[in-house]
Write a protein that binds this ligand. Structure first.
Ligand code: PMT
Length: 226
């Protein structure tokens, strides 16, 4: 691992899940633990970067020398990212952001209707802002790295997201394998750029993070020279 490859660079990393409120006591979320994003924050500090971690609700210690901003929903995360983005050199979107949220948050706990013949409850979901795509669309954009959590056709869906969201790199993560996905200690990923693919075999998220940082720093330096 090459130390100090990102000395003086500002890196923003999003991590963890988001929570989308249904009512005061319920929400929609996912199984992201933040392990991958926090490991990347540690690796970026080791590489000499000035790191801001924008984190959804997770039960993790803040790594040394990392500035952490806690958020709850996708819209909170979107706001926090855009409030911090000025002067950012590299943006890494590890967070498992909810694509949809309930269209309204009920003011009070939703009650069962004991007289209703229908045993179902309908929730209407609306799209959340796409945070990583909104960063990639900025005029003064940083080097933008996305992740893709897929359960099938991993490489082709990830490549599609690389192009659709106009990212510089995407890290494809096969989350159908529970040993390398949400909440696991290990990961195995494929890094995809416009003209290359690099596969990192299964190891700890800490090691994957260091290897990713090496690839990313090299690609970032090539990109920033052009
Ligand atoms: O947190 P862990 O338990 O360690 O698990 C790690 C992980 C599986 C969450 C991580 O490795 C991973 O794959 N993160 C991306 C999860 C995801 O939401 O992927 P996606 O394919 O739905 O989204 C693609 C990209 O767009 C991601 O960079 C995501 O952060 C971003 N996105 C998605 C939706 C949205 N509204 N805004 C976004 O920025």
């Amino acid at each position: 691992f090459k130390q100090e490859t990102l000395t003086g660079r500002r890196v923003i990393i999003t991590a963890g899940p988001t929570r989308e409120a249904i009512d005061p006591v319920r929400y929609i979320s996912n199984h992201s633990s933040g392990k991958m994003g926090y490991a990347l924050a540690e690796a970026a500090v080791e590489a000499g970067a000035d790191v801001t971690l924008i984190s959804g609700p997770v039960n993790r210690e803040t790594p040394d020398r990392v500035t952490r901003i806690d958020v709850t929903s996708a819209r909170d995360m979107h706001r926090a990212v855009h409030e911090s983005i000025e002067g950012c050199d590299i943006f890494i979107s590890t967070a498992a952001v909810a694509d949809y949220r309930p269209d309204t948050e009920a003011n009070n706990k939703i009650k069962k209707d004991p007289d209703a013949a229908d045993e179902t409850l309908q929730l209407t979901l609306v799209r959340n802002p796409d945070i990583v795509a909104s960063v990639a669309a900025l005029e003064q954009k940083p080097f933008v790295v996305g992740f893709a959590a897929e359960t099938c056709d991993v490489i082709s869906y990830a490549t599609d997201k690389l192009h659709r969201k106009k990212l510089d790199l995407i890290v494809a993560n096969d989350v159908s394998d529970s040993s390398i996905g949400f909440n696991s200690d290990d990961n195995a990923v494929t890094v995809i750029g416009p003209d290359f693919e690099d596969t990192l075999p299964q190891t700890s998220k800490r090691q994957v993070a260091r290897q990713l940082l090496d690839i990313l720093a090299q690609r970032y330096h090539d990109w920033s020279e052009n």
